[in-house]
Design a protein around this ligand. Structure first.
Ligand code: SF4
Length: 363
């Protein structure tokens, strides 16, 4: 702007509520530069004189109406923007905040992934998943799998193998950054605990498949897909497992249908195989080295949730096709990690809503 205009008037408040207002650092830098370069101050000499004129009056030069106060966004989906292929993550995002889903998945405004020099917790989780996949099923280029049912007689061999797999999986990370030893140690400390859990588990369930990518078509044109960490088998029933190295949804959220991953996976595994899925669990691999089942869905409760979740997805997709609005929920737990916060202007419309509630105009 300085370069574009022959003459520029910058105005600023000297005081507010009787207190002196400090000029912006940009303006101070400009003034200092002018003083040093030309030896004079930038004050507009004729303006103070105008203020002392008895005929001087304040008048409003800007006659345009004030902009509308920010409102909670509720866009309707334009035809052609709906992607009718849903992962469990996309479905969850749609439930957590329809506007976030709209901006991230329909407008495709998600920021690109950052290039990281150090492993994140999500990267660590991916490595642990890979270790367990190689331990239970064949992964080209990695040691394993462990071929026999786990028991006291072969427990030491299983531990050696899983440690060897871990060393192979983390090898490149260790070469990249010495600090990654910490992640490897964390997992290796957890291996005995995992094997304890697995040994008990193998009394009733056998590993059937690991890292399975499944896709079904609940209704023509609508696809539901997911990558299941593991499917176990017991006689004529299946169990789906999801390993969690980070936050695990609470049982109450899953029971209430608010956390959809396990029911979606049960629907995928059941429809794909034509076999009853009688159990779905989260296996939490905690930071403290513990390994435990934190969420457990079984039999009728699982079947009902899987059916209800599937039906709800069909219904919600129908509503989006009918141009029903996709509102920003403003749930603080979801907002905390939201990449779309600037776009949705949550802070601005929350202020509007608060001032409306307080009886103000919101302007
Ligand atoms: S900031 Fe909150 S309300 Fe806005 S899009 Fe994100 S999750 Fe939704």
């Amino acid at each position: 702007m300085l370069q574009a205009a022959p003459r520029l008037l910058i105005t600023l408040r000297r005081e507010q509520d009787g207190e002196a207002v400090v000029a912006s650092p940009w303006l101070q830098a400009l003034q200092a530069f002018h003083r040093l370069a030309w030896g004079s101050v930038l004050d507009a000499g004729d303006l103070p004189a105008l203020l002392t004129q008895p005929d001087s009056q304040v008048f409003r030069a800007d006659t345009q109406a004030l902009p509308e106060p920010a409102r909670r966004p509720r866009p309707a989906l334009a035809a052609g923007l709906l992607n009718k292929t849903f992962s469990a993550g996309a479905y969850q995002q749609l439930l957590d905040c329809p506007y976030q889903y709209y901006a991230a998945r329909c407008l495709r405004l998600s920021p690109p992934e950052e290039i990281r020099l150090a492993l994140s917790r999500a990267d660590y989780g991916a490595r642990v998943h890979q270790c367990l996949q190689a331990f239970h099923t064949d992964v080209p280029g990695l040691p394993g799998p462990f071929p026999e049912p786990l028991g006291d007689h072969n427990r030491a061999a299983a531990e050696r193998l899983l440690n060897g797999i871990a060393a192979a999986v983390f090898a490149q990370d260790l070469a990249d950054n010495f600090e990654h030893h910490g992640w490897l140690r964390q997992w290796q400390r957890q291996i005995p605990e995992y094997l304890d859990w697995q040994q008990e588990r193998s009394l009733t369930w056998q590993v059937d498949r690991a890292e399975v990518r499944l896709e079904i078509e609940p209704e023509p044109g609508l696809r539901l897909q997911g990558q299941l960490d593991r499917i176990d088998r017991q006689a004529a029933a299946l169990s789906v497992l999801d390993y969690k190295t980070g936050t695990v949804p609470a049982q109450a959220e899953v029971d209430a249908g608010e956390a959809v991953q396990l029911p979606v996976y049960a629907q995928l595994a059941g429809t794909d195989s034509g076999t009853v899925v009688s159990e779905a669990i989260y296996l939490a691999l905690g930071n403290d080295g513990t390994v435990k089942t934190t969420v457990w869905l079984e039999d009728e409760a699982l079947g009902r949730l899987a059916r209800d979740n599937g039906a709800r997805l069909v219904e919600v997709v129908g509503e989006m096709e009918a141009a029903q609005p996709l509102p920003a929920w403003g749930d603080s737990r979801t907002c905390r990690w939201c990449d779309m916060a600037l776009l949705c202007r949550r802070q601005a419309w929350e202020e509007t809503e608060e001032s409306s509630k307080a009886g103000g105009t919101g302007q």
